[in-house]
Design a protein around this ligand. Structure first.
Ligand code: NAD
Length: 330
């Protein structure tokens, strides 16, 4: 199968080549998919895209007219693809549903620990031979209440890890998992109750019409002023404008973010020689109690290997005329 791989980054190419083992005819480009770059897919049977690519109705219409029949996503989330439109255009879409929930949950913990124990400031101080400990006080995680919003694959791993730290666990999900209640004592509560009672809140829901701006002014107001909010899910699960107000008015204590609602066009690029035109992001980056990583929670060797292998597996299924179990059906 002839496949155009959009948004290829240097770090993933060796994993994709190894998984492909010369089976499919792959072409790699660094451009992200948009209605303007869809033209590059002329003559290809399939494309592979990442979460930074945009497969809206117009783009899908163009892809179909260029002969593209399949889209193999190199991500769990598929909020960037108009699935209904893809179905109408007869384009099959598959994702990588579980490449490594550990990678994301462990990154959420890394954000939490780095923020709480002031690791970034401490390291910067020490690089200047400043061994003063003032302003570096954190808190014990042991005994704290952690709210897990979305207790699916990643939220379950987060639950297990935070249970290991000796935390009390609250959960919120539209589908409750009894195993988490039995094993880790997680207690499912309404979202408002979770927000009111948690010392730490970690977000693990997909972005959809129900979760868009799920964390808004109302819920931020209900959180404890000492609350640490961690978002490794999707930027738009949080209303960023409301979040900035909450941080400015000290109605929450800190925010760890790997995702940002306007990250498209910014994240995954080296913009070190220009100032990003995004006042909300500049404000967040400037805040001492905000820690930003640029959508790198998935970036472990294990996850990259699994992403590459599942991406090729999805293409293999389509080439054989079978249905991949990872196909997204509305
Ligand atoms: P999952 O499908 O296993 O779990 C998601 C959970 O959210 C499910 O239990 C589901 O019932 C629940 N949920 C869905 N809609 C809800 C709603 N309206 N209210 C409450 N709960 C709801 O998915 P996962 O593998 O755990 O991944 C979760 C999300 O993490 C992905 O969709 C993706 O957006 C994000 N993610 C981020 C990165 C990263 O690099 N930062 C990497 C992978 C995944």
């Amino acid at each position: 199968m002839k496949v155009l791989v959009y948004s290829t980054r240097g770090f993933e190419r060796p994993y994709i080549d190894a998984a492909n083992n010369s089976k499919h005819e792959l072409s790699f480009i660094s451009d992200s998919l948009s209605s303007a770059t869809a033209i590059k897919a002329v003559g290809y049977d399939a494309i592979s895209i990442f979460s930074s690519d945009e497969a809206c109705f117009l783009t899908l219409e163009k892809l179909r007219s260029f002969g593209v029949k399949y889209i193999s996503l190199r991500s769990v989330g598929y909020d960037n693809v108009n699935i209904k439109a893809a179905k109408r255009e007869g384009i099959k879409v598959a994702n990588v549903p579980a490449y490594s929930p550990y990678a994301i949950a462990e990154h959420a913990v890394a954000l939490l620990l780095a923020l709480n124990r002031k690791l970034i400031e401490a390291n910067a101080n020490i690089k200047r031979f400043n061994f003063d400990l003032n302003y570096l006080t954190g808190f014990d995680l042991n005994g704290k209440t952690v709210g897990i919003v979305g207790t699916g694959r990643i939220g379950s791993v987060m639950t297990k890890i935070m249970n290991g730290f000796g935390c009390t666990l609250l959960g919120y999900d539209v589908q409750e998992d009894n195993l988490l209640e039995e094993r880790y004592g997680l207690q499912y509560v309404p979202l408002e109750t979770l927000c009111e009672n948690s010392d730490i809140i970690s977000l693990h829901v997909p972005l959809n019409s129900d979760t868009h701006y799920m964390i808004n002014e109302d819920l931020l107001d209900k959180m404890k002023p000492s609350c640490y909010l961690i978002n490794t899910a999707r930027g738009a699960v949080v209303n960023t404008e409301d979040l900035i107000k909450a941080l400015e008015s000290k109605s929450i204590a800190a925010y760890g973010m790997d995702v940002y609602e306007n990250e498209k066009g910014l994240f995954f690029k080296d913009l070190s020689r220009e100032i990003p035109e995004d006042d909300m992001l500049l404000k967040l980056i400037a805040m001492p109690n905000v820690l930003v990583t640029g959508h790198q929670a998935f970036l472990t060797t294990e996850a990259l290997k699994n992403i590459a292998e599942t991406t090729i597996y999805n293409l293999d299924c389509w080439e054989k005329g079978t249905t991949s179990d990872n196909e997204i059906i509305t």
